[in-house]
Ligand binder design. Sequence first.
Ligand SMILES: [Zn+2]
Length: 187
Amino acid sequence: MSVRPLDGRHRTIVRLGHPALRQVAEPVPAERFGTRFLRDLERDLLRTMFEDNGVGLAAPQIAAGVRVFAYFVPGEGDEDEVAPRVLVNPTLTLLGEPTELGWEGCLSVPGLRGLVARHPGVKVAAFDPDGVPLAFEATGFHARVIQHECDHLDGIVFLDRMPGMASLMFEEEWDRYATDRELPVEV
Ligand SMILES: [Zn+2]
């Protein structure tokens, strides 16, 4: 990939309560593909995601109201690695039922983790920042990250997707007491 993640600027991640997290983000118009605007946003999202130790970061989390997010899959356990990338104007086709429970956290909801029900797979259609169309399927952790990030583009946070609040924990308590721990999605 052409982007060197540390080229960008570190941006402040807004937290729950900031109105940007509850707004529906606007699609990027075709004439903005390949422009300085998207290249800067791409670099800023990647840099901020890495420096704040996330595996994903959506534009609304830095108070930019456009349908763009960055993510990667570290490739631990039996998950295939996905290199850091930025998706623009993604649309999802959800596969299966939203029955897969997994731990999630969010850089905009710092300190908390909870069990969230997600679809086991997604079909993704999107563009890269230059406007090149992308189409692929994702499952498991990869599908979970994408569902979490696409929710941010619609003003939804992981708390809204929890089937109940009983699993909500602070990170320190999660480290001590959570059972069935797997790598949490921290996005
Ligand atoms: Zn998040």
